[in-house]
Design a protein around this ligand. Structure first.
Ligand SMILES: [Zn+2]
Length: 93
């Protein structure tokens, strides 16, 4: 597996964790639009650490620190936007 594939998988994992705990959310209409949910980053760390323990580091993270760093950076890409960008632009038109 190439390094970029690995990063891609780790980012997918992080995104799934964030969506699972509701820290980020998706639009009911635009499933691909991700934006800020309850912002529960701590909950996301906790859930991911749980997965890490249970599945014995499924995504081949170097360590838990790397995992939480990726979760944080993925979260920061989407936070600051508290409603669906596509719905907002429809609303404005
Ligand atoms: Zn929408």
């Amino acid at each position: 597996m190439s390094i970029s594939d690995r990063i891609e998988e780790e980012r997918d994992f992080a995104l799934n964790v964030l969506l699972h705990v509701g820290a980020l959310t998706t639009c009911m209409i635009h499933e691909d639009d991700i934006y800020e949910g309850n912002g529960d980053l701590e909950g996301a760390y906790k859930y991911a650490n749980n997965q890490f323990s249970k599945k014995d580091n499924p995504m081949s993270f170097e360590d838990r620190r790397e995992m939480t760093d990726i979760i944080k950076s993925v979260y920061e890409e989407y936070c600051g936007c508290d409603s669906c960008p596509s719905c907002e632009s429809n609303f404005r038109e």
